[in-house]
Design a protein around this ligand. Structure first.
Ligand SMILES: O=C(O)CCC(=O)C(=O)O
Ligand SMILES: [Fe+2]
Length: 383
């Protein structure tokens, strides 16, 4: 087959990401040149990948004699890479598969039906094809964002499916409940590995509605070396539990930003990554690392990011155990609340690279800083 000329490719209509309001062509998705990915979705280097952590003993009940070591490995991976793969995680396969299938079913619906649950510019929750608010560097993805709130999940599902909403709403809520449990296990392990009280983090997660899921579906793309499913960003929340299918496309920045590493999918695993808020909470001991999703010509890809967030008015402040100026660990961040940070992210709309946390750096000039309570009950996602 003769390759299609670039001019023809960029003029192609993109039906899978177009609605009546936004009719896109491939050219609308071409990113600025410095963002073009140089490695493919399935470029994986043997031995150059994030660490794998198994919870097999932890999930058997009791902590097992290797508990201290596994917790330490988790902290080390989170400090070096900001990312690790989690296997033997204890979440039922059925819960995961059901959520994936129901989300594929949703994304497979005609665009008019999905648009009944469209998100608005002021409330970034619900369905969205790409993200028209961005104007340029559009993500090559369909996105569903919902808070961990049964009312909100049901309300969205009803808008799209009417009376037949239960298959989707039940699947999503069941998945979020299971991941909330897993998240608390990980937080306990991170606290333990850092030498903090085991409940140092978990006691701050009472407001479950602050947590959010974001399901991304990336259709095949005729121009994968100039488009991105999701641009480079760090997650602003505390912890992300990411599910990716077998296609591949997640890439993580390493070596101080000089290099991208492709993350090879492994069956029945999650990818865990540290968010900006947890980096600040741990005085930079755990790192929030920039990542992106690349797309490919042949295969549709699905990923689901579950972003854990603390109760909105909890003050994010590093504990004294993690501050030690003599050993090169002075306090790095001013205290802030998640509610306050979320508010600023919503105004900013788009998180590019890793810049969001800079506003709380102690060395940075920050005029008018204050701790304020939440003014809204939702938050935005990254990039
Ligand atoms: O699709 C992926 O692998 C990455 C998704 C992601 O980073 C996000 O939703 O924040
Ligand atoms: Fe992310």
């Amino acid at each position: 087959m003769v390759p299609m000329a670039m001019e023809e490719v960029v003029q192609q209509h993109v039906d899978s990401l177009s609605s009546m309001e936004n009719r896109y062509r491939v050219k609308d998705f071409v990113w600025s040149k410095d963002e073009w990915p140089k490695i493919n979705h399935d470029d994986f280097e043997e031995g150059d990948d994030i660490p794998i952590i198994s919870l097999s003993n932890v999930m058997k009940g009791g902590r097992g004699n290797d508990y201290d070591k596994v917790c330490k490995d988790m902290v080390d991976a989170s400090g070096k890479w900001g990312f690790f793969k989690l296997i033997d995680h204890g979440v039922a396969l059925n819960t995961i598969e059901n959520m994936k299938e129901r989300c594929h079913e949703l994304f497979d619906l005609p665009m008019e039906q999905k648009m009944k649950g469209v998100r608005s510019a002021s409330l970034p929750l619900g369905y969205c094809a790409s993200n028209p608010d961005y104007g340029h560097n559009l993500p090559w993805a369909e996105i569903l964002q919902l808070l961990q709130s049964p009312e909100q999940v049901v309300a969205f599902s009803k808008k799209v499916y009417g009376d037949q909403h239960r298959h989707l709403s039940v699947a999503i809520m069941e998945y979020m409940r299971a991941l909330d449990g897993l998240g608390m296990v990980i937080f306990e392990m991170l606290a333990h590995g850092l030498g903090l009280e085991d409940d140092f983090f978990t006691k701050n997660f009472e407001e479950k509605e602050a947590t959010m899921i974001r399901v991304n579906r990336y259709p095949p793309c005729p121009l994968p070396d100039r488009c991105l499913g999701l641009g480079s960003h760090s997650d602003p929340h505390t912890l992300t539990i990411l599910l990716q299918d077998e296609v591949g496309g997640l890439q993580v920045q390493t070596d101080g930003g000089d290099r991208w590493v492709g993350i090879r999918p492994i069956p029945n695993s999650f990818i865990i990554n540290i968010g900006d808020t947890l980096e600040a909470w741990t005085n930079g001991r755990l790192k929030s690392v920039v990542h992106r999703a690349v797309v490919n010509r042949e295969k549709m890809r699905l990923s689901a990011a579950y972003f854990l967030s603390p109760t909105s008015n909890v003050i994010i402040e590093s504990p004294p155990e993690l501050i030690n100026p003599e050993e090169g660990h002075p306090r790095k961040y001013r205290p802030f609340t998640w509610g306050e940070f979320r508010e600023e992210l919503i105004i900013q709309k788009r998180v590019l690279g890793k810049t969001a946390l800079e506003r709380y750096l102690i060395s940075a000039k920050y005029i008018g800083w204050s701790i304020s309570g939440p003014r809204s009950s939702f938050k935005c996602g990254p990039c």
